[in-house]
Design a binder for this molecule. Structure first.
Ligand SMILES: [Zn+2]
Length: 287
């Protein structure tokens, strides 16, 4: 069922595990993630970037597809449909389209403006029963063409944003979107700890989950991370499986060109990646 992310994240926080946000790109992605969550009895967050929303013909199309799929597939675990790195305008569009959760990323604004815009959206989400994620301090890497410098958030600014009543908070702790460079120094646990000390029970969000070693993920969860975003890893798994199918010449055998056959190995690869992450994050059986 489609729900806000509030209850699942508060439960994760109390139970010392994290809920995965897996970004979707099309029907196959959505189906693979929903079926895996149901099979493992895990709560799940479907992430949609503004670029992916545009690709899938708009947020309304996405919301209607997800709702219909939850019904048709008999998905009973909690599912949140969440805007990832939303602009102020994008957030409003998703609220209108029927998303159950949004992220407003005002991290590129001066802190005063980030506070002002976040507060306005917090009030709207509160009145509609939606969850809202805010962000402080740019996270490194690339997401829809925006390049950040691997920054580390100021814990005091995190407290200011947390106090606005957001549901969950993303803060830069040395994490990066996309592939991590070989010389990456690792997550800043000192910053994570300082942020959590100041924000109390606020569920913290770790972006750029692809390529962070398992022991660092576990430590981050123990220090207060309750939501972890995974995007690139599913893309790499899908691409590798599709490449293997074509390189083996299977699209040239019989009806191997049928898209339902051609895309099947990629779908299985996404399922395997999601399963691996849910096991690592500890959300299996927590629906
Ligand atoms: Zn992100």
């Amino acid at each position: 069922m489609l729900v806000s992310a509030k209850e699942m994240l508060n439960k994760a926080k109390a139970g010392k595990y994290a809920v995965g946000q897996f970004n979707i790109n099309n029907l196959e992605w959505t189906k693979a993630i929903l079926l895996t969550a149901q099979e493992l009895n895990s709560p799940v967050i479907l992430g949609v970037s503004e670029g992916a929303g545009k690709y899938m013909c708009g947020f309304k199309t996405v919301a209607d597809m997800v709702k219909a799929m939850i019904g048709e597939l008999g998905i009973t675990v909690p599912v949140a449909l969440h805007l990832d790195h939303g602009s102020y305008e994008g957030a409003k569009k998703c609220i209108e389209a029927g998303f159950s959760s949004i992220m407003f990323d005002g991290s590129h604004y001066p802190i005063e403006e980030n506070i002002e815009k976040t507060k306005e959206l917090v009030d709207i989400c509160e009145s509609l029963g939606l969850s809202i994620e805010a962000e402080v301090g740019a996270i490194g890497g690339e997401e829809d063409g925006v390049i950040g410098g691997g920054e580390v958030a100021d814990p005091n600014e995190c407290k200011m944003i947390a106090d606005l009543g957001v549901t969950m908070l993303a803060a830069g702790i040395g994490n990066i979107h996309g592939k991590y460079p070989a010389n990456w120094p690792g997550l800043r646990f000192d910053t994570l700890d300082a942020i959590q000390q100041l924000t109390g029970t606020m569920p913290l969000v770790l972006h750029g989950g692809t390529g962070i070693p398992a022991d660092m993920i576990k430590k981050a969860i123990s220090l207060g991370v309750s939501k972890i975003n995974v995007n690139t890893e599913c893309q790499l798994a899908f691409a590798a499986a599709t490449r293997a199918y074509i390189e083996a010449g299977k699209d040239l055998e019989g009806k191997g060109f049928d898209p339902r056959k051609l895309l099947a190995p990629g779908v299985e690869a996404i399922k395997a990646t999601v399963k691996e992450k849910m096991e690592l994050f500890g959300s299996v059986g927590k629906a």
